[in-house]
Design a protein around this ligand. Structure first.
Ligand SMILES: Nc1ncnc2c1ncn2[C@@H]1O[C@H](COP(=O)(O)OP(=O)(O)OP(=O)(O)O)[C@@H](O)[C@H]1O
Ligand SMILES: [Mg+2]
Length: 260
């Protein structure tokens, strides 16, 4: 099962990615979680211990590796480099594993056609496509790029794209735009997740005003989320209210994607 988590900045993509990753891992599934943020923080949300976090480095910043694989130094423009470098060994070699969740930091990925034609972008695009093609038990992509950058492989191989929103009109407006852009490229397997929901009115608002996306669930606003971050522990362990919603969401997704 391949899940892509999207949404505007700060809505809770990383929090949700971490929760779902740990739910599936605790069910004995093999989970690969991919942090595609230029400033990665999924390791923190998952409560990875410091000694493991120190071993992580975003692929986008591995200049030597990019040079070795593409034949060109990152940052160079023009000149020759391979557009399909070898990447198949990267997920295993550069990820770290904690409590059954394997974590890979990619760094900022411009996976679509736009952006620079440079070695690092060739490397990341190839890696991203490889991850989508790969036979993976559970792949969770904590996305940074908007859907307008998504390519063909995403449409073909992502089983569910989850759009995280806060219970505001503005946030739902953005979700509507994401839906339109996704539909334009043929991606229709979308779900909505409400986050930071403070009360019944906000929950109802999300239910009634969804921009035509099925609501996977709503996560309550909880001070424990920031607290977990401060204490360096996983939200999954620290905030039971969020964990239990995530368990239900995982059930619903499994049912729709794997048994449906
Ligand atoms: N349910 C919640 N209740 C309270 N605070 C939350 C909740 N979910 C997330 N937060 C807080 O909101 C902030 C953003 O969360 P998170 O990092 O998961 O969002 P994001 O969408 O991944 O952000 P970015 O776009 O920067 O990657 C964090 O400070 C987090 O602690
Ligand atoms: Mg994030």
């Amino acid at each position: 099962m391949k899940l892509a988590i999207t949404g505007k900045g700060g809505v809770g993509k990383t929090t949700l990615s971490a929760l779902l990753a740990q739910v599936y891992a605790d069910r004995g599934r093999n989970v690969l979680a991919v942090d595609a943020d230029p400033s990665p923080c999924l390791a923190g949300a998952l409560g990875f211990p410091d000694e493991l976090r120190q071993k992580l480095e975003p692929i986008s910043e591995m200049d030597e590796l990019i040079y070795e694989r593409t034949g060109a130094k990152p940052g160079t423009i023009g000149g020759f480099f391979t557009l399909n470098p070898r990447v198949d060994d990267i997920p295993e070699r550069f990820s770290v594993m904690h409590r059954n969740v394997r974590l890979l930091e990619m760094g900022a990925v411009d996976i679509g056609g736009s952006g620079c034609i440079c070695p690092e972008s060739a490397m990341l695009k190839t890696l991203f496509t490889h991850l989508l093609f790969r036979k993976e038990d559970v792949l969770i992509l904590d996305m940074y790029a908007g859907v307008e950058h998504l390519g063909r492989a995403t449409v073909d191989f992502v089983d569910a794209m989850i759009v995280v929103v806060e219970p505001t009109r503005r946030s739902l407006g953005t979700a509507g735009q994401i839906k339109k852009l996704a539909n334009d490229i043929g991606l229709t397997k979308l779900w909505l997740v409400g986050n930071k929901v403070r009360n019944e009115q906000e929950a109802l608002f999300l239910e009634n005003e969804t921009p035509g996306l099925p609501l996977l669930g709503t996560l309550p606003a909880d001070m424990g989320v920031q607290e977990a971050d401060r204490l360096g522990i996983a939200v999954y362990d620290h905030v039971l209210a969020l964990k239990s919603v995530a368990v239900e969401m995982a059930n619903k997704l499994s049912l729709a994607v794997e048994e449906g």
